[in-house]
Design a protein around this ligand. Structure first.
Ligand code: PMP
Length: 368
């Protein structure tokens, strides 16, 4: 065990939500709803079923290790070259590849406090140091969000990566495109800046940076995206990075030869074609977001600003007991102690029925 790197020894494993079936058995209740992992409550496009059925005709063959067809479709849609795309087993996989390639003992990575948990995980696993930029204050407009103006002060000669989640999980906060542009101008070109856009489809598009245009301007910008969220394919594990071709070449050298399975490749391609489903998913999310913004303040709760598919709710007291009480009501949400937000819970926006059940459960729990 002593042979494991010092960074790995310090790691705390990523804690996925408990499976619904396990909780139903543990609590002895049925029809639990899970609003804990920022999944699409509509599921994927109907076109995905046929694509998976077709792809599953040939399970004895290895998948296309180059992801040729999916990359071609992404390149055409996004107006990038296929040589700029790296496919991953979820976008977590490409984040991890970035850390493996560009971090090492003696180097550091910079990210915000309360940023997505995989940044510290990938950084420490690579034996590098994590530098956390304090988040914006609780009373700032973007409470607990990224303070991009402060990032440059944490970057030094040993910095390999800068992680920016836009919108961020678990806060839901987003960055100002001008502040991002200003940071990119200040960061030395040898430092790679990762813009993690896992939730970008849910954003107010008028406030979203044009990541592909920024990438043309700043060769050190890497953009990561996923099919797990608005495309509803979290179970299949598929995401990608956009970068300059030299970075993509390095990532492709270290990735596993078949890191995307055939069903995921086929499903992602089908999902990408159905932009009407994306629009319907975003519209449902907008409706749910408005519902939570109406109902939670009425219960005396405040919500951090969010442009994602979840809300981060401030209970102004330890939230663990509320999380546990919600579980007993059959509603799974996400406690955020690991994110150093012990008074907040993250609630994924579900179907209108699920959202109503969640608010009713909160009402009951707060009255207990
Ligand atoms: N980035 C952020 C900000 C996320 O919240 C998530 C999922 N929780 C991911 C990346 C990774 O998602 P996936 O590996 O499913 O693509």
């Amino acid at each position: 065990l002593a042979l494991a790197g010092a960074g790995v020894q310090k790691l705390r494993p990523y804690e996925p939500g408990k499976p619904v079936e396990a909780l139903e058995r543990e609590l002895g209740i049925s029809d639990i709803i899970k609003l804990a992992s920022n999944e699409n409550p509509l599921g994927p496009s109907a076109a995905v079923d046929a694509a998976i059925a077709a792809a599953s005709q040939d399970l004895a063959r290895y998948p296309d290790g180059s992801g040729f067809a999916l990359k071609a479709a992404l390149a055409a849609n996004l107006e990038v070259d296929t040589a700029q795309i790296t496919l991953g087993n979820g976008s977590n996989d490409v984040l991890e590849l970035m850390a493996r390639v560009f971090l090492a003992p003696g180097r550091n990575a910079v990210c915000s406090a309360h940023a997505f948990a995989v940044y510290p995980l990938a950084t420490l696993a690579a034996g590098a140091e994590l530098r956390e930029v304090p988040a914006l204050a609780a009373d700032a407009a973007q409470a607990y969000g990224h303070d991009l103006n402060a990032f440059a002060d944490y970057i030094d000669d040993n910095t390999g990566l800068v992680f920016i989640a836009n919108p961020n999980n678990p806060t839901g906060t987003w960055v100002d495109p001008d502040a991002l542009q200003a940071l990119l101008k200040r960061v030395p070109k040898r430092v790679l800046v990762i813009l993690d856009e896992a939730y970008c489809e849910y954003q107010d598009q008028s406030q979203r940076p044009d990541a592909v245009a920024l990438m043309r301007e700043h060769e050190n910008l890497v953009v990561t995206r996923t099919f797990s969220k608005v495309y509803g394919l979290a179970a299949l594990r598929i995401g990608y990075a956009l970068s300059n071709p030299q970075v993509a070449d390095l990532l492709n050298r270290v990735r596993q030869p078949f890191n995307n399975n055939a069903l995921a490749l086929a499903a992602a391609q089908a999902a990408l074609q159905d932009q009407a489903h994306v629009a319907a998913s975003v519209a449902l999310n907008d409706e749910g977001m408005a519902y939570f913004h109406d109902s939670l303040p009425a219960l005396g709760l405040s919500i951090l600003p969010s442009q994602a598919n979840f809300v981060c709710v401030d209970f102004a007291r330890p939230a663990q007991p509320i999380y546990q009480a919600l579980l007993r009501q059959g509603v799974i949400v996400r406690p955020l102690d690991g994110y150093k937000l012990p008074q907040h819970l993250r609630i994924t926006i579900g179907t209108p029925d699920e959202n109503r059940r969640c608010v009713e459960a909160l009402k009951t729990v707060l009255a207990e």
